[in-house]
Design a protein. Sequence first.
Length: 188
Amino acid sequence: MRDMLSVDWSSIPAPEDDGAARHLNNLRLPALALPSTSGAAVDLSALPGRSVVYIYPRTGRPDLPLLEGWDMTPGARGCTPQSCGFRDHAQELREAGVQQLFGLSTQDSAYQREAVERLHLPFALLSDAQGQLTRALNLPMFELNGARFLKRLTLIIRGGQIEQVFYPVFPPDRNALQVLAWLASHKA
């Protein structure tokens, strides 16, 4: 069983800002119902107040090997540490005015439920397994071993409109703190 939280970030290539998320600033979200691990569909465009959605390539599992080349692909490694960072700061995010917090990947909800349970996440993960949101927003992706994955980014959404984009996100375990710092200087 491998340790998915202990990562030496200095040994992993950092992603560079390739401009692939620049178009997302101030974009209105489309009305799409995304499946979630809570069992309810979530339409990000219809949520009131501020929401945070961290988007990640894929959650690994301790009982399965990493994909070949995963660690050396800039931005791939760190989904579990990122999720745990948001878990550990969920209460602070609520206190800072975040009404909804979600993680999102292209994995299906059944696969994501394992991560929610194993990591004790106090929020739901959203599935874009059908690629609806990915296509509608033209979310940045990368390819590895013939499969395509979402690049890691985080959105702050206010009343259905993207208010802030964090891209690239590195190291992912500090992303929740970056979001908290931004929220502190942009009170609702």
